[in-house]
Design a protein around this ligand. Structure first.
Ligand SMILES: [Mg+2]
Length: 272
């Protein structure tokens, strides 16, 4: 399908999708992003990354559109972006912030309790020093600091046998939390997800534009809820060369790992 119409909104994952898997750079998509922007296409990050991390890519790609942080934990909207009033929870650094997730401290407390009661040793970003985050992610030090600035979700590095991991995930569910698997890590939240955040933000876009066409691009299970909300869901290839396994109507499995797939998909869909 080709889209020529105005009011196209692309909801996109970052890690393993728009960003290079190894060095987290957005270099491969930069040219296409600028072409799409010139055509009035709106690009919305929808990522497990924190607000501070996403702000770096926003500035590199010169985007001013709203973005969704921490797997749907919150939506950040430049306060003058929409020309009408709408509900939000707070104003922070020039953003209207719509909060959908539980505060990080509460999530962390519950995870600490699970670890203590069951004598487990799993670790999240909040339990790690910057060096450890650098080691497991491959991020540079500054980016690792930004990745630790979590407000609505915790990223867990679950290692060990499948049985051990299943046990931990079960305890997380019993504690009233939800989990999802991203490109590298498990993300723990109170049940906020990318799909819910996309729905809320789409409501605002529809108020401004009426009809909109939506594309979603992702690589991992934490993207499924986002992909389910859009007209055209796209999966890029993972680093293994496989696509994540999911059954969604109209799903496009595009050739290309991460940003190569992103460029392929959007070049074809938007006839750039
Ligand atoms: Mg991803």
């Amino acid at each position: 399908m080709n889209l020529k119409s105005k009011n196209v909104i692309i909801f996109t994952d970052l890690d393993g999708t728009m960003l290079d898997y190894r060095d987290y750079s957005c270099g491969k998509v930069a040219l296409l992003v600028s072409k799409l922007k010139n055509r009035g296409v709106i690009i919305v990050f929808c990522s497990s990354k924190t607000r501070a991390e996403q702000e770096i890519y926003r500035s590199q790609l010169k985007l001013n559109s709203p973005f969704i942080s921490e797997n749907g934990g919150a939506i950040f909207i430049d306060k003058n972006y929409f020309p009408f009033n709408y509900e939000y929870h707070k104003i922070d650094s020039g953003y209207h912030v719509i909060e959908l997730g539980m505060p990080y401290r509460k999530i962390k407390d519950r995870l600490d309790k699970i670890r203590e009661i069951n004598n487990l040793s799993f670790r999240g970003f909040g339990d790690m020093g910057v060096n450890e985050v650098v080691e497991i992610t491959g991020l540079d030090r500054v980016s690792a600091e930004l990745a630790k600035k979590r407000d609505y979700s915790e990223s867990l590095n679950l290692t060990g046998s499948e049985k051990d991991i299943v046990f931990i995930l079960k305890q997380i569910e019993i504690a009233g939390l939800k989990w999802t698997r991203g490109t590298r890590f498990y993300s723990i939240s109170s049940g906020s997800d990318k799909g819910k955040a996309v729905r809320v933000l789409l409501g605002l876009f529809k108020r401004e534009y009426g009809l909109v066409s939506t594309i979603g691009v992702g690589d991992s299970p934490n993207d499924f809820s986002m992909l389910a909300e859009v007209d055209i869901p796209v999966l890029v290839q993972k680093i293994s060369g496989n696509w994540e396994d999911v059954d969604l109507p109209n799903l496009h499995k595009v050739e290309g790992i991460g940003p190569d797939g992103w460029v392929n998909a959007l070049t074809n869909l938007m006839m750039v």
